[in-house]
Design a protein around this ligand. Structure first.
Ligand SMILES: Nc1ncnc2c1ncn2[C@@H]1O[C@H](COP(=O)(O)OP(=O)(O)OP(=O)(O)O)[C@@H](O)[C@H]1O
Length: 263
């Protein structure tokens, strides 16, 4: 099969380091994420995955090195940057606001009226399959539905880059699998660039084109695995030899990461 050319770089981390007092969270991180790519970061606890995501989001600044964006991408904090949206493990919805108002929030913070925002909020809710729940309060929703609201709230700004920090870790297996399918469907339709943090080897292989394995002390990249399987990826992909081989490769790298850290 001919290899497709690598996508145009969207964001490049060059020699990025981050220290917190005496703790070196990241050292010499070189990572390029291409336009429209789906890349996962995996690694043991404390290897700096969240720190890397926060740096890309502009929520904190590198101590060393630099982060270079392709021309035309709005930089800055995730909340303000037009083109970068962040989804955390906790959906962090406003409990006193209905689903619609929760999704409207980023546009409200930008000063857009409800009337001007209506179509975009409705569209984001429809994308995650929650159009019928716009009037519900968060307490009336399951964990999976709350996460869908959080994803809709990220999508409402029509970002080019979606940063996801263990978004499905707190969900049960069936809900997680369903949201994996939904996320891939949306990515196929919308073609954002996704940088996804997960502790699950299986989730990373199912979702990603490329998996970056990190080790701790200091946080650094020790392997990059490519998953050549085409999209759309269906359930049957989980039973292929390609899937098994990629899972084994990433698992072995992860084991090495843990051993190197003396864990
Ligand atoms: N604000 C902070 N102040 C001090 N140390 C920090 C801060 N944020 C992260 N660290 C440290 O930096 C290192 C990397 O943390 P980070 O949360 O990025 O790792 P992680 O790979 O995302 O971990 P996990 O998988 O447990 O979420 C850890 O040693 C952590 O204690």
């Amino acid at each position: 099969m001919p290899l497709s050319p690598p996508p145009e770089p969207l964001v490049q981390l060059r020699g990025v380091g981050k220290s917190f007092g005496g703790t070196t969270a990241l050292a010499g991180l070189d990572l390029t994420v291409g336009q429209g790519e789906f890349v996962s970061l995996v690694g043991p606890s404390g290897c700096g995955k969240s720190t890397a995501l926060r740096l890309v989001a502009g929520l904190s600044q590198p101590t060393r090195g630099d982060i270079h964006w392709a021309p035309g991408v709005a930089e800055g904090r995730a909340g303000r940057g037009r083109d970068v949206a962040f989804v955390f493990q906790e959906p962090t919805l406003l409990p006193w606001s209905r689903v619609w108002a929760n999704v409207y929030l980023p546009l409200r913070l930008r000063g857009e009226s409800r009337a001007a925002a209506r179509d975009r909020v409705d569209e984001a809710l429809a994308l995650v399959g929650l159009a019928d729940f716009h009037d519900a309060y968060p307490r009336e929703l399951s964990g999976g539905m709350k996460m869908r609201v959080a994803i809709a709230r990220a999508l409402v700004t029509r970002p080019r880059v979606l940063l996801m920090d263990e978004p499905f870790a707190a969900l049960d297996e069936i809900t997680r699998t369903r949201l994996n399918d939904d996320l891939l469907r949306l990515w196929g339709e919308q073609r954002w660039t996704v940088l996804f943090v997960t502790h699950s080897v299986y989730e990373s292989v199912f979702l990603s084109q490329r998996i970056v394995v990190m080790a701790a002390r200091p946080g650094r990249i020790i392997d990059e695995a490519h998953v050549a399987a085409p999209y759309p990826r269906e359930e049957a992909f989980r039973r292929t030899t390609g899937y098994a081989a990629a899972c084994e490769r990433v698992s072995n790298s992860l084991r090495r990461a843990v051993e190197e850290a003396g864990g």
